[in-house]
Structure formats: structure tokens, C-alpha cells
Write a protein that binds this ligand. Structure first.
Ligand SMILES: Nc1ncnc2c1ncn2[C@@H]1O[C@H](COP(=O)(O)OP(=O)(O)OP(=O)(O)O)[C@@H](O)[C@H]1O
Ligand SMILES: [Mg+2]
Length: 156
């Protein structure tokens, strides 16, 4: 399954993610690929809003894992960038991936061995304000997410 969007502002990317949140369930794992500044964290901010999380969601680059518990479901925001050299991967990531909430993972390639059935989100920079956001998964459990994405196509 694959579906693609083009957004023309950070707000639109957040709105897309915000709307998507209603289709997410406990244990879902979203991987986020894209160059520096593509909009991965921006996407997670929209997702957080959609889950009803209050307060600021920022890049966890210096934390690796940030947890938000004040929304509809726990949100675990992982940025694996600093795990490139495989130092200190023993920080409980296994517990939050396919855990009691939603895990979103920036730079998943650095913790590939911990990720089993992801919904892959890839963000490409088209121009200063445009991003191509594609959603892809081989796992039937994400059919509900693709159904929702088809609705969002008509709403955006
Ligand atoms: N259509 C768009 N969607 C998302 N972000 C956009 C868009 N147009 C412009 N931007 C800008 O691009 C930047 C994206 O930054 P963001 O921190 O989300 O990227 P990132 O992929 O998380 O980067 P990093 O790899 O450094 O963590 C923001 O400044 C945002 O305002
Ligand atoms: Mg980021």
C-alpha cells in the first residue's frame, strides 16, 4: 500500500498528520525518513496535536526518546540520529516500540533491528515550501490508516 501527498506549507503538513492521528492505535509504529529540515519533527508536532497532546513537541535530538502521556494515547518520539555509532542503545526503546502507545521514529535506519512492522513515512523536499509525503506499508494492520489517508486526500 502506498499513498502520496504534496503539502505547500508546514501548517499543511501538520494538518495532514493531525488528521491522521485519529486512525492510529496502540502499538502502531511510524518511521520517518527525510533529509535534514524535510519536516519530520513538524509532522510529529501535528500528530501530537491530533492526539490531544498539550504543550510543545520539539526535536528530541539530544534526548533520543521523548514521551508524551497527556494525550489520547502515549506518544513516543524517538530520534535515533545519535545512535549511528551504536552507543548506548540500551535505553528501553524496545519497550516503547509496539508498546502501549504510538512510536514515531526519526532516522530509523540506526535502530532497524528493533523495528518489525512499520508504517513508513517519507518526506522529500520539493521546493522551499513544498514537501512530498509518502506513506507506505506492507502490513495489513495499517489498512485502516490508508483508508483514513484516502479520506484526508479529499479534505485537504
Ligand atoms: N510543506 C512543509 N512541510 C513541513 N515543513 C515545511 C514545509 N515547508 C517549509 N517547511 C519548513 O521546513 C522545516 C522542517 O523542519 P523540521 O525540524 O520539521 O525537519 P526535520 O526533518 O525534523 O529535520 P532534522 O532532520 O534536522 O530533525 C521547518 O522550518 C518548516 O517550517
Ligand atoms: Mg527533526
Amino acid at each position: 500500500m502506498i499513498i502520496k501527498f504534496i503539502t505547500n506549507s508546514a501548517d499543511k503538513t501538520q494538518l495532514l498528520a493531525n488528521k491522521l492521528a485519529s486512525a492510529l492505535e496502540k502499538g502502531d509504529v511510524l518511521t520517518l525518513d527525510g533529509d535534514l529540515g524535510a519536516g519530520k519533527t513538524t509532522f510529529v508536532q501535528g500528530l501530537g496535536r491530533g492526539l490531544g497532546i498539550k504543550g510543545n513537541i520539539n526535536s528530541p535530538t539530544f534526548n533520543i526518546l521523548k514521551c508524551y502521556f497527556n494525550g489520547k494515547l502515549p506518544l513516543y518520539h524517538i530520534d535515533a540520529y545519535r545512535l549511528e555509532d551504536h552507543v548506548n542503545t540500551d535505553i528501553g526503546l524496545e519497550e516503547v516500540i509496539e508498546g502501549d502507545g504510538i512510536a514515531v521514529i526519526e532516522w530509523p535506519k540506526f535502530i532497524q533491528e528493533m523495528i518489525f512492522e512499520p508504517l513508513e513515512v517519507s518526506i522529500k523536499i520539493v521546493s522551499e515550501k513544498e514537501r512530498e509525503i509518502s506513506f507506505q506499508s506492507d502490513y495489513i494492520k495499517y489498512q485502516r490508516v490508508f483508508d483514513r489517508l484516502k479520506e484526508i486526500k479529499d479534505e485537504l
